[in-house]
Design a protein around this ligand. Structure first.
Ligand code: ASP
Length: 453
């Protein structure tokens, strides 16, 4: 049995629904279907989830929300009309949206979650109806019915462990089950969404619960590329990568598969295959527990911007027992999670994501570090990017660091920080954000283009 998830662009209009149905019907094993909300049909289009956020904005401000509601309904109308589905489905959809607004208008976090979730919920109903129309035994299954019980944290749901037992029972059901992605239901019966892009997470949870043989994740690219394809012409395509490699790349901006979606499948060692709805005959990229080491030691290069470094200096820091603990304790008390802590003998830096550190928190943290740790210097460095060179093969290959630093030096990129964990799955370079793209392309050329030549 397989779980098959279709992303927003794969289910954006009637034509895409036809492609999706053909893919599903091609294999008996494609029985658990997870769908996103209708995504972009062309570059300037607006995702249905974003239209739903506009609707929630208007409803929360108690404005007349007719125009926003109409925009959402138009997206579904186009699908219903193109596939000649019963128009009754649209009347139900409209009534459902109005009822959600009436229920949650005074509770804004829940209003946003309920409306955003309806994007996938209504699309799953349409997909089930379309498969039925084609003669398939297909059912819409709500996340509640599927057993997706989540924490009550709007916009940031986490699956509760007890869900898996219930989800396992989906195996016993007949036909194809169409489940909306992106949300679950809390113990108190409320709709709670995962973070944005979270339909991948639903696919992974359903796959892990039902212990499927494969999680096929259909999107709009033929494979995962070794580098951002907007930076390099015809980048190397990956056939296979491990969960650990994917995790590192996702951390640094590879958005093809949500970084929180790996966890459930990793535990059960379920392979994931990234495939293209618009070109399903392409082999795709497999994300697996272990892979044979052949070819190049590096599998991908990624970079992410928006980091800040808090740099601390104190003479004889290395001899002061508990210094690091105290420093990190200050961050923990201020509710700031840190990303990395590169250090020297008398200095230590804490890298945090800019979005987590507002002006007020920053001021307070700097004051506390100065006062409580009596440091000689503490200052903040902004606009940093982390560039990651990823590949399990690096552990067994001598000279990757030399090659990487040479490439950066030749490109004139100043390395501000180097970090490599003991697993040697990745090597990380902190550089100025303005030099991140140059760093990535020069590393790519050194590790791939030149290596192949
Ligand atoms: N529709 C949601 C979003 O746009 C979730 C998803 O597509 O995975 O974030």
């Amino acid at each position: 049995m397989k779980v098959v998830k279709f992303g927003g662009s794969s289910v954006a209009d009637g034509k895409q629904f036809e492609k999706v149905a053909a893919i599903i019907r091609e294999e008996e094993a494609r029985r658990l279907i997870v769908v996103s909300a209708p995504g972009k049909r062309f570059a300037e289009d607006i995702k249905t989830t974003d239209l739903l956020i506009h609707l929630a904005d208007a409803a929360a401000e108690k404005k007349d929300y007719d125009a926003e509601l109409q925009q959402v309904i138009e997206r579904y109308t186009a699908i219903v009309e193109s596939l000649s589905l019963p128009s009754q489905l649209l009347a139900e959809l409209k009534a459902q949206l109005i009822s959600l607004i009436e229920t949650y208008q005074e509770d804004h976090p829940r209003l946003y979650d309920a409306l955003m979730a309806s994007g996938e919920n209504e699309n799953a109903k349409l997909m089930a109806a379309y498969l039925q129309q084609l003669g398939e035994e297909a059912y819409y299954v709500s996340p509640e019915e599927a057993g997706m019980v989540v924490t009550d944290d709007p916009g940031n749901a986490r699956i509760l462990p007890e869900s898996y037992e219930k989800i396992a029972k989906l195996r016993e059901r007949s036909g194809r089950l169409v489940i909306p992605g992106f949300f679950g239901v809390s113990k108190t019966g409320h709709i709670v969404t995962f973070p944005r892009g979270g339909s991948d997470i639903t696919g992974s949870i359903i796959g892990a619960g039902a212990e499927v043989d494969l999680y096929e994740n259909f999107t709009d690219v033929d494979s995962i590329y070794s580098v951002n394809p907007s930076l390099v012409e015809k980048p190397h395509e990956m056939e296979e990568l491990t969960y650990r490699e994917m995790r590192e790349l996702a951390y640094a901006g590879f958005s093809v598969f949500h970084d929180e979606a790996l966890h459930p499948v990793v535990k059960k060692k379920i392979p994931v295959c990234i495939k293209n709805t618009n070109h399903p005959q392409a082999a795709g990229t497999y994300i697996v527990d272990e892979r044979e080491q052949r070819g190049l030691p590096v599998i991908g290069i990624a970079s992410d911007k928006g980091f800040i470094s808090i740099n601390v200096r104190k003479y004889l820091m290395n001899k002061e027992v508990g210094f690091g603990r105290h420093l990190l304790h200050i961050l923990a008390e201020e509710g700031i999670s840190f990303e990395h802590t590169p250090s020297g003998i008398d200095n230590m830096s804490i890298i945090v994501r800019e979005e987590y550190l507002n002006e007020e928190a920053e001021k307070k943290i700097l004051e506390r570090i100065q006062k409580e740790l009596d440091v000689e210097e503490v200052h903040v460095e902004r606009e940093l990017a982390m560039v990651m060179v990823v590949g399990e093969g690096m552990a067994k290959t001598v000279g990757v660091a030399a090659k990487a630093t040479t490439a950066l030096a030749e490109a004139g990129v100043n390395i501000k920080m180097i970090n490599q964990g003991s697993s040697e799955v990745s090597m990380m370079f902190g550089v100025n954000a303005s030099e991140a793209d140059l760093a990535v392309t020069s590393l790519y050329n050194a590790c791939f283009a030149k290596a192949k030549a």
